[in-house]
Write a protein that binds this ligand. Sequence first.
Ligand code: TXA
Ligand code: MG
Length: 313
Amino acid sequence: MSRIATVHPATPANIATAAHILRYGGLVALPTETVYGLGADATQGEAVARIYESKGRPAFNPLIVHVADAAWVDDLAETNTHFHALARAFWPGPLTLILKRKDTCPVSKLVCAGLDSIALRMPNHPVALDLLRALGSPLAAPSANASGMLSPTRAEHVTGLTRVDMVLDGGPCREGLESTVVDLTSERPAILRPGPVTSAMLTAVIGQLGVAGSGVMKSPGQLASHYAPRLPLRMNATRPEKTEAWLGFGPSDGATLNLSATGDLVEAAAHLFDYLYQLDDPERFAAIAVAPVPEEGLGAAINDRLRRAATRV
Ligand code: TXA
Ligand code: MG
């Protein structure tokens, strides 16, 4: 089903409408200084699931969370001295910083693809900042292109998505290149994705950088595969064993938790990481049995994640 919205100029009235759409779980394409993003309220799991569905991503890659002010980060992540120095130097701007999630972080676990880290950025674009302030909530936004297509740098390039409720036109993007992604979770900050903020610019502020992949961190593409439950996981299970937790989908009698009793894949994706996390308790269960999830739409990404969790390394 295609649901493509027309492009609207980023007037104050349209920005207010966009914030309203986001508050009700919709998707808004918005300009940033790097590329156009496909935004959803990061605290609403089902809205975030619709981002992956709309982009047709076959897997859950972690998304960047956008904030209107560095102070917003205090509620979301454990900050450190490198964070404060880099945010002061480059925010608002094309620099994404990876920090450890706070336990109380209200951002949906689906945004971080189940990782205990979170990618944060304050965009340097008046429309993005106005929208964030009007929403008053962090915004998850990957580039607003269908999976495998080029990132859009103009409103009219926002195409190929299966759903976007509103496209805010803020003109062409100044940078035209996605933000630099820097991991601040290990001792030595390391660049995970090169971008407009160069390694020389970073070094001038915080000194020498580490090499990505030398520590706990792997390249961003590999990262998602890092999350694995402690318990063995069994897919396509039609019935649980006595000692197993039973993660249901659709009508699953006696499920410990159900991804979606009505068989709704958007709801299931929104619950996936949260429920795996809750069931991954060796004191209560010996393993996690998961009901079959159809391999259609978001089901492909859900099954991809379950397969990785099932084959532990
Ligand atoms: O310029 C940009 O960054 C644009 C605009 C819209 O802000 N956004 C963007 O998002 O490019 P996306 O989803 O296309 O790219 C997100 C990047 C990926 O390389 C992803 O692996 C990495 O950030 N990432 C997100 N969360 C991460 C995490 N917790 N740990 C490591 N890498 C992470
Ligand atoms: Mg992208």
